[in-house]
Structures are given as C-alpha cells and as structure tokens.
Ligand binder design. Sequence first.
Ligand code: PXP
Length: 243
Amino acid sequence: MIRLGVNIDHVATVRQARGAVEPDPVAAAVVAELGGADGITVHLREDRRHINDRDVALLRQTVRTRLNLEMSAAKEIVAIAGRIKPDQATLVPERRRELTTEGGLNVSGNLPQLKAVVAGLQRKSVAVSLFIDPREEQVAAAAKTGAAAVELHTGAYARAPAGDEPRQLSQLAAAAAQAHSLGLRVYAGHGLNYRNVAGLLQAAPEVEELNIGHAIVSRALFVGLETAVRQMRECMVMARKRT
Ligand code: PXP
C-alpha cells in the first residue's frame, strides 16, 4: 500500500509572512490526518525560515500517524532530533539562499560523516531516510550508511519537458530497483503534483511512500486541506491499481 506523507512547511511559510500565529501547522497536521495523510512531514531548517522548534515539539505530541522530520546533518539539528525523536528523520542538504531543497545529498562524498549521523539517530530509535538524486553512485553509497531508506529526488522529473519525462522516469525506476535490491526502503518526493504522481508510481513499483507539500497546500487554498489531501491519496491509489 502506498503511503502519503503531507509536507506542511508552506502552512508555516504563510504564518511567517506576517510574523503572526496563524495559520498554525499543528492544526494543519490534524486536518491532513483527517484527509487520510499517512504521515506528517516538516523541515526544521537551520535558519527556521518556516517550521520552528515550537512546531516540532507540539507536532511530536499531536501527530497520530508518523512524524517525519526533514533536516540537515548539522550538529544543532541532529541534537534536536535526538530529543524530539520523530518516527523518521530524512537527511537533506541545506543551503541558506535556496528557495527549496535543490539537490539530493552527496552521500558518496560524505560517507564517514553521514554514517556517524545515521548511527547516532538510530541509537535514539529514529529511522533514517536519505534524500538523494536517482543516481547509481548515490544509491550505492546510501546503502553503506546503514540508513533504512532513501527518498528519491523527483524534482528533475517534475520539471522535465514532456519529451524528457521518459528518461527521467527510467532513471527513477532504475534507482528504485537498485535501492530495493540493496535492502533499502524506497520513498520519493519533490515537485510531485496531481498530474505527475501517476507516472512515477507506475514506473517505480518499489516506491512505498511519497512526501508532497507544495501541490497539496496550493490546492488547499481552493478546496480546503482535508479535500486536497484526500484527492492526492485517490490519485496515488488509482495509479497503483492501474499497474
Ligand atoms: N521531500 C523533500 C526531501 C523535500 O525537501 C521537500 C520539499 O520540502 C519535499 C519532499 C516536498 O516537495 P514539494 O513541496 O515540492 O512537494
């Protein structure tokens, strides 16, 4: 069964635009769960651009599904994750001036450091996923870290002109198959929306979880968050039925 992790960072982005107390991502998590979210995903950035420490602490107490904390491998954030103990930590690269997470982690180039961070989080009973580009050397390196899962970066697929979609999908399919054969669980995310999600799920049957934010929060402005989450789950379930 395919799972949907709803990324609610953008709810906090709207709050921060006014420096106000609403909309509250904690309330958004409750509504997303009512709509059928299988998990709630938030990114506690080092610059606290949207989600903050208060949000993560409250979400830990209120999320009834699974809390997935996206985070960099920075010492301060790793320490917070160790205290909060999300169900899952997804390690992502972070750059100050990016609009959103731009590329996957360079696991092959930072193996010793990432191995240590993965082991430290696992000692605190936090499952670890690594956000990587769908490339052979990154998948192979991810398997060496001891992480339980990889989240394949779908941004290049999401941005691809129609003619290039098949190539992007075959890269994702190959990476998913490789990760699965190495014993990793396979997740995916970034730039997924109501139209492109089916192509991915049909191309990569090993994918068992998607993390989706922007498309759901955008649609929520017009149809409400509960409906937006429910419609995305329906797209995902329908896509898998067709495979
Ligand atoms: N997965 C990861 C690792 C991300 O960094 C993001 C963006 O925060 C997402 C998924 C969700 O991407 P989007 O908002 O484009 O759906």
